[in-house]
Design a binder for this molecule. Structure first.
Ligand code: FPP
Length: 228
């Protein structure tokens, strides 16, 4: 008998903005700008999807600070503008905005926009969009372990899971765009039993149509969760 997997939590490593721009002889920042439009299109698709409850997107890693200063500040401004301009769309689509990662190094202005968006969208129930910002999985696990120790609890899978930044369900499907086949320190704990999908498409060219095809592929996979 054939069974269909239910997709509740989708995570995406959005990769290839720089290469997309380079191929068009444009500045890397142009790739990020078009990439932000893809974020909007994919979030809209997920909010309207019947079973997807959580969409986690890798927007800025703990390693991304190593990029040229100008690119980093462009990404910060792009994020601030995106959150400000998209508020109506978050509300229309019933999307709650959340983050994972250590927000402490961000500017007071960006932190304020992030908090404002979280507060304004906190009652929305159709989809949770989680942006990973200054996120690194090892960093998250170490901070979680320290929280468990500080609370004088016994370190178990359950207590560690509960102390992570992301109190969301385990991830069902991870997609990475641009042909790279790496996890790059993304959600190592939460991806333990995820299905993985790698596409050659660069993030600015990624579309809801392609996502739909990947979901069809995911639905037919044989998920074993360590069993037989
Ligand atoms: C990877 O492409 C992308 C990033 C490091 C940043 C992701 C940012 C966006 C998709 C746009 C803004 C996001 C939001 C939420 C508004 P890369 O620069 O590493 O590409 P490359 O590997 O081709 O150089």
């Amino acid at each position: 008998m054939s069974k269909t997997n239910i997709l509740q939590h989708l995570a995406i490593i959005m990769d290839g903005n720089g290469r997309w721009a380079k191929m068009r002889e444009k500045a890397r920042t142009q790739g990020h700008k078009v990439g932000a439009e893809t974020v909007r299109a994919i979030t809209t698709y997920c909010a309207k999807h019947e079973t997807i409850e959580t969409l986690t997107l890798y927007a800025f890693s703990t390693e991304n600070w190593k990029r040229p200063k100008m690119e980093v500040s462009f990404l910060m401004k792009l994020l601030d503008n995106y959150l400000t301009n998209e508020l109506d769309t978050y509300m229309e689509l019933g999307t709650r905005f959340e983050t994972i990662g250590d927000l402490s190094p961000f500017s007071p202005k960006l932190k304020k926009t992030i908090e404002k968006t979280k507060e304004a969208t906190k009652k929305n129930t159709k989809l949770v969009q989680v942006l990973a910002l200054n996120y690194g999985s090892r960093d998250e696990i170490v901070r979680a372990a320290n929280r468990v120790i500080a609370d004088k609890k016994v370190l178990t899978e359950e207590s560690l899971s509960a102390a992570l930044d992301s109190p969301y369900s385990d991830i069902d499907l991870l997609i990475r765009t641009s042909g790279e086949q790496r996890l790059s320190n993304f959600l190592l704990w939460q991806l333990s039993y995820s299905e993985l999908f790698f596409t050659e498409t660069l993030w600015p060219d990624f579309s809801p149509q392609e996502l739909e095809k990947i979901i069809e592929n995911f639905q037919l996979r044989d998920r074993k969760f360590g069993g037989i």
